[in-house]
Design a protein around this ligand. Structure first.
Ligand code: DX5
Ligand code: ZN
Length: 213
């Protein structure tokens, strides 16, 4: 299992130290990019990815909650992204967008909003490295986990297994030790956690709790 601290919940004025604080316990960092159009919030762009890249050994998992992602993907690749995920709704030519990411040697993921049906990713599944299943509505940290997403995780997992694909399932939103366990049982293996890590003084303990240690 991989835990990806979401820096959205970190202290932005102290980002380097926040990253250093979690780095000994994880190998992945989740970066939430929001444009104020696709979601009702504005966060960070490629310059933040570029600034973090030389400061950490962790892989950078960039979650694009933006319109017209194709316009910005080259900048995020150049900035040093290791994983990039895009929402079904923002990609009229999803296959092309996924290829744009993969051609650069970056892992590509497709994201499902809570109300987006699994059917919408069936055809693209063999082309992606991971599926990100939103377990809250995207836009903000600190929201409550949507329980009905557990069925969706199981559904995606059963399609992946039936087709014999090497596609990982990542979950994002409202992840805490209890909801993580449920998602793991349903078939997820990458767990994004913002407030469950950065809202705690002791990040080591918070991450250990998530791992169920
Ligand atoms: C929400 C973001 C999440 C968010 C998760 O739109 O995609 O990555 O940071 O925050 P928590 O873990 O606090 O729900
Ligand atoms: Zn995210």
């Amino acid at each position: 299992m991989r835990i990806a601290p979401s820096i959205l919940a970190a202290d932005f004025a102290n980002l380097e130290n926040e990253v250093k604080d979690v780095e000994p316990y994880v190998d992945l960092l989740h970066i939430d990019v929001m444009d104020g159009h696709f979601v009702p919030n504005i966060t960070m762009g490629p310059n933040v990815v570029q600034a973090l890249k030389p400061k950490t050994q962790c892989e950078l998992d960039v979650h694009l909650m933006i319109e017209h992602p194709d316009r910005y993907i080259p900048d995020f690749i150049k900035a040093g992204s290791d994983m990039i995920s895009v929402h079904v709704e923002s990609c009229p030519h999803l296959h092309r967008t996924i290829q744009l990411i993969k051609q650069a040697g970056v892992k590509a993921g497709v994201v499902l909003n809570p109300a987006t049906p699994v059917e919408s990713i069936k055809t693209i599944l063999p082309d992606v490295d991971f599926v990100l299943i939103m377990t809250v509505n995207p836009g903000f940290g600190g929201q409550s986990f949507i329980e009905s997403m557990l069925e969706k995780i199981k559904e995606v997992k059963s399609i992946i297994d039936a087709k014999g694909l090497d596609v990982k399932i990542e979950v994002d939103g409202g992840i805490n030790p209890e909801t993580l366990q449920k998602c793991k049982e349903a078939g997820a293996s990458i767990f994004v956690a913002g407030s469950a890590i950065f809202n705690h003084e002791d990040r080591k303990a918070a991450i250990e709790q998530l791992r169920g240690a």
